[in-house]
Write a protein that binds this ligand. Structure first.
Ligand code: SAM
Ligand code: SF4
Ligand code: FES
Length: 345
């Protein structure tokens, strides 16, 4: 039977881990061993990505959503949320301003708003015409034809977190949605040539370490280009109201193990982690992360995109966040990348 340290070393050597071994790493509680895990993940990050941190400027362009995910404040049944939807022109302007702040990737994210496919196509075309940035879409489940159209218009990447790789658990959290359809879409996106992003939520009520190990094995099997790993944060206007949040420690463990097993993937230090711990993003950047996704949405809309409460960067402007994050990255001895940070696969 391998000792914990041997399991970590085995992963650092690029060997596969079994589900059981991954669970063992997620069970680590001893301070010294945790430190060892994070340090090894940091070393792997440095070897494959260097000290550059890629920034992805995110525009949250609509808070409307037709879905009812149990954990999310944007869910359709949250009648107390103020909803907004930006016009295509406004979004293009924000994206171009983001590029002027130095962002080489713009992420267009929204609830499942049903935003017209041709308007999204128009935005992609206009942004690409005027700014030298990669475009990442994150607008949920749409048809194959729509994904194809946006790809043809120049969209480079797509984020569609699988949330959890356990089918029954997925079904229990997503009324009216199907796990099979989620995964099918990830295949479509990959086939269409998108750099594809998935990810999970850490600490969902009812989640266990086996679920998390399955998530990591899923990342590996799918060879995801980007993987978002963020803690669950309960929102009062959801069925998960009052449930405990995911922990910083478990989020960092999943992140670090993911880094060991997928050295090439882009891993963000998530805003959710920064929202449950002032130093959350710094900790993630020291445990395997190589990406940060600062908000470039106009200040007046930020409070309305309330996926979870107490989100950071609600009162700041895009330029404030850009400056803040630059400072954080430099304080860690790292630099802001100047390239687009495309996939390394
Ligand atoms: N609607 C699109 C979708 O679901 O793919 C994109 C926007 S959605 C707000 C982006 C991500 O927010 C989801 O993939 C989910 O992981 C995350 N999220 C939603 N509610 C959350 C919560 N309460 N705590 C942590 N993450 C949450
Ligand atoms: Fe809508 Fe996405 Fe929130 Fe689900 S996670 S309710 S699809 S915004
Ligand atoms: Fe927004 Fe620090 S990144 S205030």
């Amino acid at each position: 039977m391998l000792e914990i340290k041997d399991i970590i070393d085995k992963a650092v050597q690029g060997e596969e881990l079994t589900k059981n071994e991954i669970v063992k790493l997620l069970q680590i509680e001893e301070e010294e061993m945790l430190k060892y895990l994070y340090q090894k993940a940091d070393k792997v990050r440095k070897k494959f990505h260097g000290d550059e941190v890629h920034l992805r400027g995110i525009i949250e362009f609509s808070s409307y959503c037709k879905q009812n995910c149990y954990y999310c404040g944007l869910r359709k049944d949250n009648a107390s949320l103020g909803r907004y939807r930006l016009e295509a022109e406004e979004i293009v302007d924000l994206a171009i301003s983001g590029a002027q702040l130095g962002y080489r990737t713009i992420v267009l994210q929204s609830g499942e708003d049903g935003y017209a496919a041709d308007k999204i196509a128009y935005m992609i075309r206009e942004i690409k015409k005027d700014a030298d940035t990669a475009i990442t879409l994150c607008v949920g489940e749409r048809s194959y034809e729509e994904y194809k159209l946006w790809r043809e218009m120049g969209a480079d990447r797509y984020l569609l977190k699988h949330e959890t790789a356990d089918k029954e658990f997925y079904q229990s959290l997503h009324p009216g949605m199907k796990y099979k359809e989620r995964i099918e879409r990830l295949h479509w996106l990959k086939d269409l040539g998108y750099q594809t992003g998935g990810g999970n939520i850490i600490g969902l009520p009812g989640q266990n370490l086996e679920h998390l190990a399955d998530d990591i094995l899923f990342f590996k099997e799918f060879k995801l280009d980007m993987i978002g790993i963020g803690p669950f944060i309960a929102h009062d206007q959801t069925p998960l109201k009052g449930k405990e949040a995911g922990t910083v420690e478990m989020t960092l463990k999943v992140l670090a193990v993911t880094r060991l097993l997928l050295p090439l993937s882009h891993l963000p230090a998530t805003t959710a982690l920064g929202s449950i711990d002032n130093l959350g993003r710094q900790k993630a950047l020291k445990a395997g992360a190589n990406v940060v996704m600062p908000n470039i949405t106009s200040s007046k809309y930020r409070p309305l995109y309330e996926i979870y409460p107490a989100k950071i960067c609600i009162n700041e402007k895009a330029s404030d966040c850009r400056q803040c994050i630059g400072g954080i990255i430099n304080s860690l001895g790292r630099t802001v990348a100047t390239g687009r940070g495309d996939t390394l696969y």
